[in-house]
Ligand binder design. Structure first.
Ligand code: NAD
Ligand code: ZN
Length: 360
């Protein structure tokens, strides 16, 4: 029998601590190839004009490119960025630095891969399709929860599918975790992205793929989420802990899988452009039958922080729309198998999915 144990890469270097952003210049210095090979900083445009930008350690012909996170990253957007960088510089960059949430982190991972691999990013959505090592890339999260800072995937919306570039070259070479960078996150967004982490934990811990590796990280992340969202921590302690929860949550799913909420949220994302964090929350609240304890905790957290989720998201949809969402969702086979076991097709039918979508 063929052995299928995953041999996956981890982030080889990480720096953690409030204020550690100011160490970035020193970290990059040893990775500069020469003065013509710039560092490209892809930065969430919420930081445009803010103090953080003045602390970015620019040298030589380095460049900051501001990018909006209003929409999730797209394959076409990656292709345009790569083309622009190649046109502007005769040399390959020394590296790419992503500063922002999951959107900017995934974009940065994808750009660093596509700078050394031919064609369009669409050609690499899937598993282990990347042939050449990427350029050096650094991830600097400014909001906590997705685990994109540790994962080996860069999720992109393509013309035909929403799917990650999953490869050994996707993982960051360096991550900088400075909890102070998350200070300005709006409360709703703090909840939605944090709940992404919480839902990663529930789906990993309740899944059939669970193993001691995933469980050890998932339980830690779950405990941290409970502290952050159910206790009254000092702000700085809360920021520190949520950042580490995200890390552990990401590590937990690296060796297992996510489940029902993610599979259904992908459908909402593809058809309606509903973003990952809020999409997961919209679905998860209706999943009592699959995750009774998790949903009860989620509602407790939601109440404590007075978060009201929008309603009527699916009310105007046609039956074709529902079919499309259901098709995208059912396409996420490993997620369903993790959630419900190998006989999942007998448990989750299109009718069942439609009835849940209709509640959203
Ligand atoms: P995001 O990057 O989409 O950002 C959400 C919002 O928060 C944006 O408006 C952004 O401008 C704002 N924001 C971020 N940091 C801020 C700060 N410090 N101050 C003020 N505003 C700030 O959010 P996200 O939830 O982190 O990422 C979602 C994306 O992550 C999706 O595209 C999803 O597919 C992806 N994702 C990837 C993985 C992975 O393993 N690669 C895992 C989960 C999700
Ligand atoms: Zn997620």
């Amino acid at each position: 029998k063929k052995l299928t144990f995953k041999n996956f890469p981890m982030v080889p270097r990480v720096v953690f601590g409030a204020g550690c952003f100011d160490q970035l210049g020193d970290i990059l210095l040893s990775k500069r190839k020469h003065s013509e090979a710039p560092f490209i900083f892809l930065v969430d445009d919420v930081f445009e004009g803010m103090e953080l930008v003045s602390r970015i350690p620019l040298l030589f012909n380095d460049q900051i490119i501001f990018i909006s996170a209003d929409e999730e990253p797209k394959t076409g957007q990656v292709d345009i960025l790569v083309k622009k960088i190649k046109e502007e510089y005769s040399d390959l960059p020394s590296g790419v630095v992503g500063i922002g949430g999951g959107t900017l982190l995934d974009l940065s991972k994808a750009v660093s891969i596509m700078l050394t691999n031919k064609g369009s990013a669409t050609g690499y959505q899937g598993w282990d399709l990347v042939g050449k090592p990427s350029v050096y890339h650094v991830g600097i999260p400014t909001i906590s929860g997705t685990g994109a800072e540790v994962s080996r995937t860069a999720v992109l919306l393509g013309p035909e599918k929403k799917l990650g570039i999953n490869s050994d070259y996707t993982t960051f070479d360096q991550v900088l975790l400075d909890p102070d960078l998350t200070k300005g996150v709006p409360k709703d967004q703090w909840f939605y992205t944090g709940m992404d982490c919480f839902i990663h934990c529930v789906e990993s811990l309740e899944g059939t793929f669970l193993n001691a590796f995933s469980q050890s990280y998932g339980e830690k992340a779950m405990d941290l989420c409970k502290e952050v969202y159910l206790e009254d921590l000092e702000d700085s302690e809360s920021r520190d802990k949520l950042m580490m929860a995200s890390w552990h949550g990401g590590m937990s799913i690296a060796y297992s899988q996510v489940g029902v909420a993610h599979a259904m949220s992908y459908g909402l994302g593809f058809l309606l452009g509903v973003r990952h964090g809020i999409g997961n929350c919209l679905v998860f609240q209706h999943l009592e039958e699959f995750y009774p304890e998790g949903v009860a905790l989620f509602k407790k957290m939601q109440q404590k922080h007075h978060i009201e989720l929008p309603t009527g998201i699916c009310s105007g949809l046609t039956s074709d729309d529902f079919d499309k969402m259901i098709q995208v969702s059912l396409g996420m086979e490993p997620l369903w198998e993790n959630a419900l076991g190998s006989e999942w097709r007998n448990i989750i039918t299109p009718e069942k999915l439609e009835s849940i979508y209709r509640k959203i």
